[in-house]
Design a protein around this ligand. Structure first.
Ligand code: NIG
Ligand code: FE
Length: 411
């Protein structure tokens, strides 16, 4: 199967060789080509170039992208899209003045989602999560990481991970799976937290490894959730099964989560709404990708990750949605892009680099996703007719995508 896209107004994020991640000042550069073509063969980018150099003009499918921009599909490296029901009630509670932390203390929050998830069948969960996955694919997401973490017991955590595996099998989108058993302490372990960690280490992890259900290990390292020492214990146990850390840190407080992540070679440290100088210093020279989740800040009304501080000190930054029922009931990466530009003062070039190449890096997909590079997956966004790529974050809330291709196939 071959597809040829012709007359592309601007082909964005072209990289002639694999670039693993973009950092600091380089994030301001977004290589592109005007009046371009792109050829897809068997789901991969086979060739691209200027229209005047197009030789082979036949293909099974030809798409005319006159006036339209083509860019790599979004790489959303942080989501929790497998969940049951919603938490609209807590949304109203917050409107009426309660904080996210206060709701969690009353047994709402993650434990509320866990109760709903435990009562749902694998099939029900799959149906609900498929709808969310289809929605974000249509919004331009071509690769996604999905976490467990609303099960909080052996059966329910395994159930979530099996749903993720099934989604990966049935949809063309690339899916990476993360085990987040350490998302919250179940009520029955409130006074015996180490016993829950034992359950994660001795009951959940061996079964997950046996069934190959996860690529990554995550922990919500936060005041009132998992301490740095508990996080470290879990990371070390998971690493013995080959799971790479990608962890929730510094959402509300800076307690050393960044440092423990880096110490254990985390692929990414995510949230970072609260970032002190020591965190910034720790990130320097590490291979760990900082990940910002601006839709979460927007929804909860908490500070935005200080993107300027990170990027201006030479660090890379990735953007992801955090799609989940409690803090971010949206997986729209176009909104993430706009919010990063508007609220975090990232330029459109920085935001696009963060949502494509750096997002791919943050889920171990830099060799195959995140840029227009020969041999990479043909995961592409074709916009409607728009003046420039900067118009995407500028015209926030508008639906500017015409077509999404995943592995060369139209979504
Ligand atoms: O990334 N912070 C931890 N986990 C999720 C929210 C979980 C929830 O409220 O359901 C997050 O924001
Ligand atoms: Fe999250």
């Amino acid at each position: 199967m071959s597809t040829l896209i012709v007359n592309i107004k601007e082909l964005v994020q072209i990289r002639n060789s694999v670039v693993k991640k973009v950092s600091g000042k380089d994030m301001k550069t977004l290589p592109s080509l005007k009046n371009a073509y792109l050829r897809i063969e068997d789901g991969l980018i086979q060739d691209f170039g200027a229209m005047e150099h197009l030789r082979e003009k036949s293909a099974d499918t030809i798409i005319d992208a006159k006036g339209k921009i083509v860019l790599p599909a979004w790489c959303d490296s942080h989501t929790h899209i497998v969940y049951a029901g919603n938490r609209e009630g807590e949304f109203i509670d917050r409107i009426n003045g309660l904080s996210y932390e206060e709701i969690a203390e009353k047994g709402g929050g993650i434990l509320n989602s866990a109760k709903k998830l435990q009562a749902s069948s694998e099939e029900e969960l799959y149906q609900q999560a498929s709808k969310r996955l289809e929605e974000v694919m249509a919004l331009g997401t071509g690769a996604i990481e999905i976490k467990s973490g609303y099960g909080l017991n052996v059966n329910a955590e395994l159930k979530m991970l099996r749903v993720i595996k099934k989604l990966a099998k049935h949809y063309p989108i690339t899916v990476k799976s993360t085990f987040l058993g350490a998302h919250a302490f179940p009520a029955e372990y409130k006074n015996n937290k180490e016993a829950y960690i034992d359950l994660i280490i001795f009951k959940m992890l061996p079964q997950i490894a046996k069934e190959h259900l996860a690529d990554f290990i995550d922990v919500f390292c936060e005041t009132g959730y998992f301490s740095v020492a508990q996080t470290e214990r879990i990371l070390m146990a998971a690493q013995s099964y080959g799971l790479v850390p990608k962890i929730h840190v510094n959402q509300f407080t800076s307690i050393g989560g960044v440092q423990v992540g880096i110490k254990h070679h985390a692929l990414s440290v995510d949230h970072l709404e609260v970032l002190d100088t020591n965190d910034l210093i720790a990130l320097q020279g590490s291979d760990t990708m900082p990940v910002a989740l601006p839709s979460c800040s927007y929804f909860l009304g908490i500070p935005y990750t200080p993107a300027r501080k990170l990027i201006d000190s030479g660090l890379p930054l990735a953007l992801a949605s955090d799609y989940n029922p409690g803090s971010t009931p949206s997986g729209n990466m176009n909104f993430v892009l706009s919010t990063a530009c508007i609220k975090m003062k990232m330029t459109p070039e920085e935001a696009i680099n963060a949502a494509t190449l750096n997002g791919a890096y943050a889920m171990g997909l830099a060799d195959t996703h995140g840029s227009i590079t020969k041999g990479k997956k043909a995961n592409l966004i074709i916009t409607k007719e728009i003046p420039s790529y900067g118009f995407l974050p500028y015209a926030f809330g508008s639906h500017l995508i015409d077509t999404v291709l995943i592995a060369g196939e139209q979504v």
